[in-house]
Design a protein around this ligand. Structure first.
Ligand SMILES: [Zn+2]
Length: 287
């Protein structure tokens, strides 16, 4: 199945939705790391959630979802751009219990940051007060958009998928329509969400409803790291500190946590870097 996000609307009332299914892009994220299944599945759900969220807002740039808690799943970052380019990583310490999300992430919060190319940022925060990832995302919608929204998320080693339905302001629906759509969607099994194509899933769930499915948008894995960005960070550290590491280790090395790209700077590179020349063409810059 291709990695795609579909939008859909119900023709006769003010309810819209999105459905997303990832396989190649999701495998590109996981094959670079040796994640515990429980950590991997949370990361998949986070990537699906941030991509769904990125398609509900009009913006240019990237949307970043971060989980910040005191549990064993210390770090989780998922990012989607307005062009649906995604990347993500997670870091756990010790064993991560399955089941309730709060036993994995602990006491904490989910932070969503929209970052424009100009550097302008908007941030939204919601506490981790649900047992499931979808519950946290729904709480975020309730708080930030104040549009009733329901979310279903699933991930395993092969695929990651999600469904969103959202009630629009000033729609022609009544509570009955909204309840019926949510009730149908609630019959969705995890395996169905992961294995069926979006078209097939929507047909199964909302068979009797007049539903318009829009052309899909492709979703792909892409890491935005670059040698120039690492160089910028090194310049930010200052010459003195960089020279101290150089004396101690002979060269400076950095690995991208998202894609595992390896960057190395030797004494000549560092000289060029602080002289302001580009180091982009250095031959062994990326392995
Ligand atoms: Zn990278």
């Amino acid at each position: 199945m291709p990695d795609q996000l579909h939008r859909f609307t119900f023709e006769h009332f003010g309810i819209r939705g999105e459905i997303i299914s990832l396989s190649a892009s999701w495998q590109a994220v996981t094959q670079r790391h040796d994640y515990l299944p429980v950590v991997r599945d949370y990361l998949g759900q986070a990537l699906v959630a941030v991509t769904l969220l990125s398609a509900t807002i009009k913006f240019k740039g990237s949307l970043i979802l971060q989980m910040q808690g005191d549990g064993p799943l210390r770090t989780l970052v998922a990012q989607a751009t307005d062009r649906r380019l995604i990347r993500g990583m997670a870091h756990a310490v010790g064993d991560v219990p399955a089941g309730d999300l709060r036993s994995a992430f602990g006491k904490g919060r989910m932070v969503l940051t929209a970052e424009a190319p100009s550097g302008e940022r908007y941030q939204g925060i919601v506490g981790l007060e649900a047992a499931k990832f979808a519950g946290v995302v729904e709480a975020y919608f309730a708080q930030s958009e104040q549009l009733p929204s329901r979310v279903w998320l699933a991930a395993d080693g092969q695929a990651a998928a999600g469904l969103l339905v959202q009630r629009l302001p000033g729609g022609h629906d009544d509570d009955e329509d909204w309840r019926r759509i949510c009730m149908f969607a609630d019959t969705l099994e995890r395996e169905e969400l992961l294995r069926f194509s979006p078209r097939e899933l929507l047909r199964r769930l909302f068979n009797e409803e007049d539903l318009r499915l829009y052309d899909p948008e492709p979703v792909a894995f892409r890491c935005s790291c670059s040698r120039e960005r690492i160089a910028e960070a090194l310049r930010g550290m200052g010459r003195e500190e960089v020279d101290a590491i150089l004396r101690e280790q002979g060269l400076l090395e950095a690995d991208c946590e998202f894609c595992n790209a390896h960057y190395r700077f030797d004494a000549v590179d560092i000289e060029a870097l602080f002289a302001g020349r580009s180091t982009l063409s250095s031959p062994d810059s990326r392995q």
